[in-house]
Write a protein that binds this ligand. Sequence first.
Ligand SMILES: Nc1ncnc2c1ncn2[C@@H]1O[C@H](COP(=O)(O)OP(=O)(O)O)[C@@H](O)[C@H]1O
Ligand SMILES: [Mg+2]
Length: 374
Amino acid sequence: MSTKTELTSIGLMSGTSLDGIDVALLRTDGVTVEHLGPTFFEPYTPPQTMRLRTLLEMAQQEGRNLMGSPVVSAVEQDFTRAHARAVQALLEQEALKPSAIDVVGFHGQTILHRPAERWTWQIGDGGLLARELGITVVNDFRSADVAAGGQGAPLVPLYHQALLRTLDPPDDDWPIAILNIGGVANVTYIGRDGTVAACDTGPGNALINDWLQRNTGALLDAGGKVAASGKVHEDRVRRAMQREYFLRSYPKSLDRNDFFLDMLDGLSLEDGAATVTALTVASVAASRDILPATPGRWLVCGGGRKNPVIMEGLQRTLQVPVDPVESVGWRGDFLEAEAFAFLAVRSMKGMPLSTPTTTGVPEPMTGGKLFALG
Ligand SMILES: Nc1ncnc2c1ncn2[C@@H]1O[C@H](COP(=O)(O)OP(=O)(O)O)[C@@H](O)[C@H]1O
Ligand SMILES: [Mg+2]
């Protein structure tokens, strides 16, 4: 337990898109966000992305047996050192010393996520990171939640709730949905009465990236240009949307590999991109229908907000204002990293990271593993 009320924390996020490491500094007492500090992004080099991608593929084949293998520890060491360098880069950029930072929240990379088996696996060596940086580290944010029967995801909702308290949204906006379009997309619903509900909605950018990668070698569909030049095969979107997952009530979460590109078999590059992008939009629309009430406004963060085909599709389908979170002064590329900075502080204070309506955990649950110095 920490005695200081307000702590300075750095959050680190490496999402399922495998694009790089997001770094964000903030000050918080674990309830209120006192100050949003500087941010930094360290993109992965193509070989780094490929190594993570290969590990994810191996994990699909081998499941938990892969844990403890030398391949994993080699990738994990490199991955952890890359995170250390990213933190150091932020500190240098801001002329800060490690002693100015109370804690680093280290999400790690999700390799497998199997809440039904009460198990989830993120790589990232907390002890090594703490030693490299000379700063206390919290990692392994999801295990306690899944062990208790929760989904282990999404964990960002309590941060979204804290951030929203800093705004005074007009009447028409409520309830508010905060949509994060990362590799997988997730939504947080916040009612005016304080109701919070959350779930993973479906694929975000990961399938789009995979399709582009497979067919062109590109890492993403920049500006949605490829999707915009193709035709959506609605029948395929409809078929993909028949999955039981989309009808199930919240809370619920997905593994990056719960969706496959086989829905696009035989399509051209452009039509495939258009169709898989339409699936992202359709799955967000399906999530709206299971939320406690229809949101009056959607605030969008994550890389998907930079894809105009997704944003226009959402606007057309949801028929209420859909805006990037920048419209309310937040930083759409760093909300998740900020969330893990926030959650690291909550973890140090023994406060809940998840609740029955965010992950389905039976009771509000704390979590995270602490690597204190010396
Ligand atoms: N300009 C852009 N045009 C289209 N897609 C983009 C753009 N910028 C980012 N993206 C998408 O967003 C992804 C990164 O999103 P991010 O929120 O970092 O996801 P994650 O949390 O899974 O890492 C990229 O891999 C890409 O698919
Ligand atoms: Mg990312």
